[in-house]
Design a protein around this ligand. Structure first.
Ligand code: FUL
Length: 483
C-alpha cells in the first residue's frame, strides 16, 4: 500500500512538472553564428593603424613613399598589448597593409615593406613581434589587409592583382598563428576597374582560421556601421539584407541603411561601430603631431552610442612614429576603463523581486527572475500569442537610478521593436524612457529617479517576447548628462 501511494505521488508530480515545462522559444529569422555571438559579447575591439603615414602626416598614403622613412626605433608591441588587456579590449586588429601598400611584414611578394626599411636594418617583422605580444598578454589578434593598394604594380590588372593579394593574405593567415578577425576595407579612392575575388578570400579564411569573423561593408560576419564616429543607429538591427548594396557602395542611402539595419532582414551581420581615439571633430586613423585624443566623456558617450545600442565598439589607437602608444592616449584609455567600471560595478537591481504580466506556460524556466541571474542565455519569456508584455521590478528599498541596461537573448534572433521603461511614483506609473530596439545590449541614460518600483513594457516585438537581463545603475552625473 505504501509503495502504491508513493507510486501515485510520483505520477502526479511528474504530470505536474510536465504541465509546467513550457516549450523553448523558437528562434526568429536570421540568428548569429557561434563566432558572431562570441564577437558581440566581447563588445570592444581595438584597431591599430600604423604605416608610413606616421612619418608623412597623411591619412592616405599614395604608395610613392620610400620605405626608408619607416623607422619605429622604440617599437614596443608589448605596450600595445598590455594597454589593450588592462583597459578591457580583448583583441587588436592591426593594419598589416594600408592603402599605401607598405607591408609591416617582409612579404615575399613585394619589396614595399619593412624589409626595405631601416627598422632593424631590414630584418624586422612587426607582425611577428605583435603576435608574440598578443600571446604574452592573452589577447586575440586580427589583421587589416587593404584591398586597395596604391603601390602594387598589379593594381588595376584584374586577375594578376587578385593573385598577388591572395598570396599576401595567405602569408597573414598561415604564418602568424590564430587570427580571430579579418578586416576588408571598402575604400578604393579614384575610379578603378579593379574587382576583388572576395568569395575566394573569405572561403580561404573560413578554412584556415575557423574562429575568425570577417568584416566588410557586407559581412559575411561583421558589417560597417555607416559612419566613422563610432555610433550605431538609435534603432539598430543586426539583421539586414546584404544583397541590397555592395562593398564600398557610394550610393547616398547606404550609410543610413547600414547604421540601422532592417527589422527581420535575412542576414545577421554584427554592426561594428569604428572610430579613433584621435581627432575630436574628424576621425584621424593615424597619429599626427598636432592631434589630441578625444576626451574621456566623449569616449563614454561613444560607448553608450555603440555597445549601448547593441553593436561592437572598434576603437583605434595609433602608435607614434617611434612605435609607441602616445602617453596622452594611454591616459585617456585607462580613465575610460575606470569610468565604465565605476558605472557598472554596482547593479542596483540586486535583491529585487520580479514579476511579469505573462510567464510562458507559467513555467519557472521562463520566470522573470531569470532577468537578474547574470546569464545572457537564460531568459524571461511570454506565451507565443503575445507580442507585448511587461515585467515589474520591486526593489527592497527606494534606490537612485539613472542608467538602465537591457539585453535580449540574441542567440534566438533579434525581435524587440518598441519598448518603454516606467517608474512608480506618487501613486502612478511614469514613463522615463521610450525606445525601439534592444539587441545584445541597450544602455539608457535617464534623468535620476529614486523609487523601489520600475517596469519595462515591451510594446512591440517581431516574435514571442523574451528578455535575458536587466540592470539598474547610477553614476554621479559628472560624465553622463542625459543626451
Ligand atoms: C577607411 C580607410 O580609408 C581609412 O583610412 C581607415 O583605414 C578606415 C578604418 O577605413 O575606409
Amino acid at each position: 500500500m505504501k509503495r502504491f501511494i508513493l507510486f501515485l505521488i510520483m505520477i502526479v508530480s511528474n504530470v505536474y512538472i510536465f504541465a509546467n515545462e513550457a516549450q523553448e522559444i523558437k528562434p526568429y529569422g536570421a540568428v548569429p553564428t557561434a563566432n558572431q555571438l562570441r564577437y558581440m559579447r566581447q563588445e570592444l575591439d581595438m584597431f591599430v593603424h600604423f604605416t608610413v603615414n606616421q612619418y608623412t602626416g597623411r591619412e592616405w598614403g599614395d604608395g610613392t613613399e620610400s620605405p626608408s622613412i619607416f623607422n619605429p626605433f622604440k617599437l614596443d608591441t608589448d605596450q600595445w598589448a598590455r594597454v589593450a588587456k588592462e583597459t578591457g579590449f580583448p583583441r587588436i586588429v592591426l593594419t598589416a597593409k594600408h592603402h599605401d601598400g607598405f607591408c609591416l611584414w617582409p612579404s615575399k611578394y613585394t619589396d614595399h615593406s619593412v624589409a626595405s626599411s631601416p627598422y632593424k636594418e631590414g630584418k624586422g617583422d612587426i607582425l611577428r613581434e605583435f603576435t608574440a605580444s598578443c600571446e604574452k598578454y592573452g589577447i586575440e589578434k586580427g589583421f587589416y589587409l587593404s584591398p586597395w593598394d596604391r603601390n602594387s604594380k598589379y593594381y588595376n590588372l584584374g586577375q594578376a592583382y587578385n593573385d598577388f593579394y591572395f598570396n599576401q593574405l595567405r602569408e597573414l593567415v598561415e604564418n602568424y598563428g590564430e587570427v580571430t578577425e579579418m578586416w576588408f576595407d571598402g575604400a578604393r579612392g579614384e575610379a578603378s576597374d579593379q574587382t576583388y575575388e572576395f568569395n575566394k578570400f573569405w572561403g580561404f579564411i573560413r578554412e584556415k582560421q575557423p574562429k575568425a569573423v570577417i568584416f566588410s561593408d557586407v559581412g559575411p560576419d561583421v558589417r560597417w556601421i555607416g559612419n566613422e564616429r563610432g555610433y550605431a543607429g538609435e534603432t539598430f538591427w543586426n539583421t539586414i539584407d546584404s544583397s541590397k548594396y555592395g562593398i564600398g557602395d557610394t550610393r547616398s542611402w547606404v550609410p543610413a541603411y547600414l547604421n540601422v539595419g532592417e527589422a527581420g532582414g535575412p542576414d545577421w551581420r554584427v554592426g561594428q561601430s569604428d572610430t579613433s581615439i584621435r581627432g575630436r571633430y574628424h576621425t584621424k586613423w593615424f597619429w599626427h603631431k598636432d592631434d589630441k585624443p578625444k576626451k574621456v566623456k566623449d569616449l563614454v558617450d561613444i560607448y553608450f552610442g555603440s555597445v549601448g545600442r547593441g553593436s561592437v565598439l572598434m576603437l583605434n589607437v595609433p602608435p607614434t612614429p617611434e612605435g609607441l602608444f602616445d602617453d596622452r592616449d594611454v591616459a585617456v584609455l585607462y580613465e575610460f576603463r575606470k569610468t565604465i567600471d565605476e558605472i557598472f560595478s554596482k547593479n542596483l537591481i540586486d535583491g529585487a523581486t520580479l514579476s511579469a504580466s505573462n510567464v510562458r506556460g507559467g513555467s519557472d524556466s521562463f520566470s522573470p527572475q531569470k532577468l537578474i541571474d547574470g546569464d545572457l542565455d537564460s531568459h524571461w519569456g511570454a506565451d507565443d500569442a503575445l507580442l507585448s508584455a511587461s515585467v515589474e521590478i520591486k526593489l527592497p528599498e527606494a534606490r537612485k537610478v539613472n542608467v538602465i541596461s537591457l539585453s535580449e537573448p540574441i542567440a534566438l534572433g533579434q525581435r524587440i521593436a518598441k519598448f518603454r521603461v516606467e517608474v512608480y511614483r506618487g501613486g502612478r506609473w511614469k514613463v522615463i524612457a521610450r525606445e525601439t530596439t534592444i539587441g545584445n545590449k541597450r544602455l539608457l541614460r535617464v534623468n535620476t529617479v529614486t523609487s523601489d518600483r520600475f517596469r519595462v513594457v515591451v510594446e512591440d516585438s517581431l516574435a514571442t517576447v523574451c528578455l535575458s537581463e536587466i540592470g539598474l545603475f547610477y553614476e554621479d552625473g559628472r560624465l553622463l548628462a542625459k543626451k
